[in-house]
Design a protein around this ligand. Structure first.
Ligand code: MN
Length: 341
């Protein structure tokens, strides 16, 4: 018999048939990915990154109204200043493209009745249970605004579905500091509205990448020394022409460089974001976070890189010396690396 379909295709067809087509959509759609990226840049206030993300999304066919809805919603999670700036960037981008992009659907008419009533219903449906608590008894006004305005006025606008709105909210919260409990709550709400674990992880990954790209000295390009690294890293020269070369190095989670030695000059690391590790040969690994400084003497065999669950950025200052050089050695094995937390 001739083989027409591969096993993978047949399994896919059977799975689609058994579970319905949504169950097959393990990955975010192009539109959801773009909304996550745009939301992350909006929350971080990075207009340059936002503009690039909007152009990429509009080119892929995401409509102007989808972005407009998400950016209006963003004020509830990022405040009016960030939302207004992002909307101005969207307006400018659409203008510059000659208003050729598809506008997309408008929301249908507002539901009948009071926004507080249908907003309360929406909130209960969205979360999967009635939302109450001591805080809302303590400050009833915020409870009313959440219900009537955010879940009433905004969530009643039906040209963007709730799943997409949660993609946006998760991305916005994931780039902000100090809102962990809200992020956890929205991850649960997202899952209640059909997001899979894999899709949530994709959103979180987009958000952390966006955050990493906000580094003050720039993200740079893929590291040209990648043969001496495990995983992906990015290199941005900060200054190279005054005898004290400095580079911004960004590591993706799990990425680290090989064991190596800076001959004669040594190196200083200034950690600017994320969580990572430094280890000198024969010594215990040292955990690193923003603000840490590592002095690496010349002739010391060592490695540095990201923690398994975090992007990591440091500035590498090459201490000047006569005839200094780098000697690259063996990779840090998975066995050694996986012992780290
Ligand atoms: Mn080094």
């Amino acid at each position: 018999m001739k083989k027409i379909f591969s096993i993978g295709v047949i399994t896919g067809i059977i799975a689609t048939f058994l579970m319905g087509e949504n169950a097959m959509a393990e990955n975010l759609t192009t539109e959801q990915k773009s909304v996550a990226e745009v939301s992350a840049y909006t929350a971080s206030g990075n207009q340059t990154g936002l503009k690039e993300a909007l152009i990429k999304g509009l080119d892929a066919g995401v409509t102007v109204n989808t972005y407009k809805e998400i950016l209006v919603q963003s004020y509830a999670y990022c405040g009016f200043p960030r939302a207004l700036n992002a909307l101005a960037t969207l307006m400018q981008t659409v203008d510059e493209r000659g208003k050729t992009d598809e506008s997309g659907a408008e929301p249908s008419a507002k539901p009948q009745g009071s926004a507080l009533n249908y907003g309360t219903e929406n909130q209960t449906k969205l979360v999967g249970a009635e939302v109450k608590g001591k805080l809302f008894e303590f400050a009833p006004a915020i409870d009313e605004y959440l219900k009537a305005h955010l879940f009433g006025d905004i969530f009643a606008r039906d040209n963007v579905d709730w799943k997409m709105r949660e993609v946006a909210t998760i991305a916005m919260l994931a780039v902000r500091d100090g809102v962990e409990s809200q992020l956890d709550a929205h991850i649960n709400i997202g899952k209640h509205n059909g997001l899979t674990d894999d899709q949530v992880n994709e959103i979180l990954d987009i958000a952390t990448q966006t955050k990493a790209k906000n580094v003050i000295f720039g993200f740079g390009k893929e590291n040209p020394y990648s043969q001496y690294f495990t995983g992906k890293s990015y290199l941005q020269p900060i200054t190279t022409d005054n005898g004290v070369p400095m580079f911004n190095v960004t590591f993706e989670p799990k990425c680290r460089n090989n064991w190596h030695i800076h001959h004669k000059g040594g190196q200083i690391l200034l950690v600017t974001s994320g969580r990572g590790w430094y280890q000198a040969w024969g010594e215990e690994p040292r955990e690193l976070k923003a603000g840490d400084v590592v002095n690496i003497p010349p002739e010391t065999k060592h490695w540095h890189g990201a923690a398994k669950d975090s992007w990591f950025t440091h500035i590498a200052v090459e201490v000047p010396s006569e005839g200094g050089s780098n000697e690259w050695l063996e990779p840090v094995s998975d066995e050694e690396y996986n012992k780290l937390k």
